[in-house]
Design a protein around this ligand. Structure first.
Ligand code: FES
Length: 156
């Protein structure tokens, strides 16, 4: 087993920050047309030293183990980052201690990156509180007929 695989297994044994965040300031959801997996990320901001930074991040995933492991890492890594700093993080950055994403797993990391960017778009000054009060669950969105609220983002 490669070092990457063993780190993914380790992360999966206790995924961090999993679950819906009721008081989130922003939520982003993406689906991968490549594999059909979906990931949703919630962000909560706070003021620190005069800067608006991410206080907490959480996620739900219908995805492979790599996407879950990267999301677990990412939600820890995002704490204390401004929206601008977070926006510049790549899938590889978000994988953190997992190490280099194997070529076949890059799109799994990009699923996390896409959900983060989607959430950051929702939290831009133009849309200050975009987390919908009556948000559907990721499971409901998975089974929703085409044309629903979910935004499917093609990941490069
Ligand atoms: Fe779909 Fe990893 S195989 S996100």
């Amino acid at each position: 087993m490669s070092s990457f695989e063993s780190k993914v297994r380790e992360a999966l044994s206790q995924p961090l920050n999993q679950g819906e965040m009721g008081d989130a300031d922003a939520v982003g959801t993406v689906g991968s047309p490549e594999c059909g997996d979906m990931l949703r990320m919630w962000l909560k901001f706070t003021e620190k030293d005069g800067r608006k930074v991410i206080d907490r991040a959480s996620f739900q995933a219908f995805g492979c183990q790599t996407a879950i492991a990267v999301a677990s890492m990412a939600t820890e890594l995002l704490r204390g980052k401004t929206a601008d700093e977070a926006r510049h993080l790549t899938a590889q950055d978000l994988a953190g201690d997992l190490g280099a994403l194997p070529p076949m797993k890059i799109h799994c990391g990009q699923l996390v990156e896409g959900a983060l960017r989607n959430a950051l778009d929702q939290s831009s000054p133009a849309t200050p509180s975009a987390a919908p009060a009556n948000a559907t669950t990721l499971s409901e969105d998975m089974h929703r007929k085409p044309g629903g609220k979910i935004r499917i983002v093609p990941l490069e």
